[in-house]
Write a protein that binds this ligand. Structure first.
Ligand code: ZN
Length: 316
């Protein structure tokens, strides 16, 4: 049996929304067992929106949740960090609609969670273990989930761009390799799309500080964190979207040219196909060769990103 976890104390950071361009304060707070991950809009009378598939709203370059008129946007990188680090229960307070983009990766959120510390709760954690394959397909794109005793993601992307004709990576997901191999990978976009996005009121907070921007021939940011940073970021995205299952997943997830829409379609497919999975309270111990640490350069960048705007506050 494994136990549910929450944070030891609350932590805050300030950043801007990638799409809205608005400044936003984010505070992570401990929460009791079985409460899950719950967003709370402090600027909207404290309305709460659980991070579950039944609150999924539009998918428009990011994954969004809604309850009535109240929205929470761009939840995926934060959710990936929380769930992969084993934080089952947490309140995420925001004073605007969009989770801050920070440096475009999940590394600043890892830093924040590590600073808050993780606390074990008395209640048992359960996992969704896939027992029969499931898949969703659309327009030559696909995501499938196959039976596995651990969570593995295999992702392939190809775009009509010289740097992205083919990237693929397959990783067993546990805290160590998530922190080191996936979390630092930044969001990316194409320069040719930037103007269109902005005409539609999106990407207003985007800059070379928080996104990799691809020109016709290369990447405008002169330095990649990994040669295949793009496909690693897609693994980060799918992990965030899978957290809307509300329980950790044991499966081999294979994605081909997918995105938030197909990732969340797979979540819905799993939830509406209970004969394809079972609830178990034990996962194979993941093979973590050493405690997870952000590479020093990312930790430094994350600390800077988390404190930009002057705030990383441990409050016990
Ligand atoms: Zn992303």
């Amino acid at each position: 049996m494994e136990s549910q976890k929450t944070l030891k104390r609350k932590m805050s950071c300030v950043g801007i929304g990638l799409h809205s361009g608005r400044k936003v304060k984010l505070t992570l707070k401990p929460a009791p067992a079985d409460s899950g991950i719950v967003f709370r809009r402090t600027d909207q009378k404290g309305i709460e929106i659980p991070a579950t598939a039944d609150h999924l709203s539009c998918i428009n370059h990011a994954t969004c949740l809604a309850r009535g008129e109240t929205r929470i946007e761009t939840v995926e990188h934060l959710l990936a960090a929380l769930t992969t680090l084993g934080v089952d229960n947490v309140i995420v307070e925001l004073d605007a609609a969009e989770v801050p983009i920070m440096d475009g990766s999940a590394a600043p959120f890892i830093y924040l969670i590590h600073e808050a510390g993780i606390k074990t709760l008395a209640s048992r954690r359960s996992y969704i273990r896939i027992t029969r394959p499931l898949s969703v397909v659309s327009d030559g794109r696909q995501v499938a989930a196959y039976p596995s005793d651990t969570l593995r993601i295999s992702y392939t992307i190809n775009f009509n761009h010289p740097m992205l004709r083919h990237q693929e990576r397959s990783l067993e997901i546990h805290e160590t390799n998530f922190v080191e191999e996936v979390a630092p990978a930044r969001t990316f976009g194409f320069q040719k799309d930037v103007e269109l996005l902005r005409q539609n009121g999106l990407g207003l907070g985007g800059s070379l500080d928080n996104a990799l921007v691809l020109s016709e021939t290369g990447v405008l940011n002169n330095h990649l964190r990994f040669s295949d940073e793009f496909v690693r970021h897609k693994i980060l995205d799918v992990l965030g979207d899978l957290s809307l299952l509300n329980r950790p997943l044991l499966a081999h997830v294979v994605a081909f040219r997918a995105g938030h829409q197909l990732h969340t379609d797979l979540v819905q497919e799993i939830l509406t196909s209970p004969d394809h999975w079972e609830l178990v309270d034990y996962a194979e111990p993941s093979v973590s060769p050493h405690p997870a640490t952000l590479r020093p350069s990312f930790a430094k960048a994350s600390a800077a990103s988390a404190t930009r705007g002057g705030l990383t506050e441990p409050v016990s």
